[in-house]
Design a protein around this ligand. Structure first.
Ligand code: NDP
Length: 287
């Protein structure tokens, strides 16, 4: 039996999710076909229903459709409900759609297991206040940082998140308040997508600051490059988070855990497991 899966969003052309899930499927001995489905503006539900009508087991959701998926799900995990966004949908035996959000747990797994970067007791600065930040801040707080500061170009959006979190360790800062170094900085803005560098004071960095960019790509992101150049910081992009959140989604679909180390090595171009041969795409299918 071949399970039909996909990532829905826009853009999805460059998504690495199909490669990752095929590697997991091979590991688990499960047959899958994983497609990339671009969602035309305003047509998320129609696109998702059409895909489900083809017998899909479930799907992933990426930018900018995570809140649409949240609204479409028949039931939600507690963490998806708390962040108001869904990145994974699974269909149960009765056809009901269950929505979860594995982004925050995926980030934590990458930080603490793959990179061995401590969050507990750390002073953490999170940059940005969009969907990705909303998806990860609660998991970061649950990992017991000493403090978690939010900074965003549009201050009101960061302030709104801090207010919702209602946690004494969490505060939204204005730029003038960025006057000291952090142990861990997480870039959750989409600035790196456009090749832009953030307008940040160098004071947030010291040589020990661990710098993580949720974005990933073939070369070092502008944020990671800036951190390296200014203070020689240890840096990481978000590819490990992508692999870890995918492993959690895979587990949701097939109730089977998968090993991520070899798959992450494969995604980074190292000696991972052999890629699974891809089935021929159906005519007119974007994947
Ligand atoms: P959103 O569009 O929801 O939010 C974008 C955020 O970036 C806003 O806070 C926005 O600020 C800020 N921003 C955009 N451009 C700039 C700029 N030039 N300077 C300063 N701030 C800027 O995007 P998402 O939150 O969904 O995604 C953010 C990033 O996270 C993307 O790069 C995405 O690829 C990545 N991501 C990675 C994942 C992974 O698994 N590795 C998972 C999910 C996301 P403002 O409010 O002022 O507009």
């Amino acid at each position: 039996m071949i399970h039909l899966l996909a990532v829905l969003g826009n853009p999805v052309e460059h998504s690495r999710s199909p490669e990752i899930h095929r590697a997991f499927a091979r590991q688990a001995g499960i047959g899958i076909r994983y497609e990339k489905i671009p969602v035309p503006a305003g047509l998320f539900e129609e696109t998702a229903r059409h895909f489900l009508d083809r017998g899909a087991t479930g799907f992933n959701i990426t930018v900018p459709c995570k809140t649409d998926a949240y609204r479409m799900a028949d039931s939600l995990s507690a963490r998806a409900r708390r962040c108001g966004a869904v990145n994974t949908i699974v269909r149960d035996g009765e056809g009901r759609l269950y929505g979860d959000n594995t982004d925050g747990a995926g980030l934590l797994r990458d930080l603490t297991r793959n990179l061995d970067w401590k969050v507990a007791g750390s002073r953490v600065l999170v940059l940005g206040a969009g969907g990705a930040v909303r998806g990860v801040v609660r998991d970061l707080l649950a990992a017991s940082p000493e403090e978690l500061h939010l900074y965003n170009r549009t201050h009101a959006r960061a302030a709104a998140i801090a207010e919702e979190l209602f946690d004494a360790r969490c505060r939204a800062l204005g730029r003038a308040e960025l006057d000291r170094g952090y142990d861990l900085i997480i870039n959750g803005t989409s600035a790196s997508l456009g090749g832009e560098t953030l307008d940040l004071p160098e004071t947030v960095l010291n040589a020990e600051t661990r710098c993580y960019d949720l974005m990933y790509g073939p070369s070092m992101t502008p944020f990671c490059r800036w951190c390296r150049e200014i203070a020689g910081c240890p840096v990481s992009d978000g590819l490990g988070m992508l692999v870890e959140q995918a492993a959690l989604a895979f587990r949701l679909w097939f109730e089977t855990p998968v090993e991520t180390t070899g798959v992450l090595a494969l995604m980074r171009g190292g000696p991972g497991p052999e890629p699974v041969p891809e089935p021929d795409p159906a005519p007119g299918n974007p994947g």
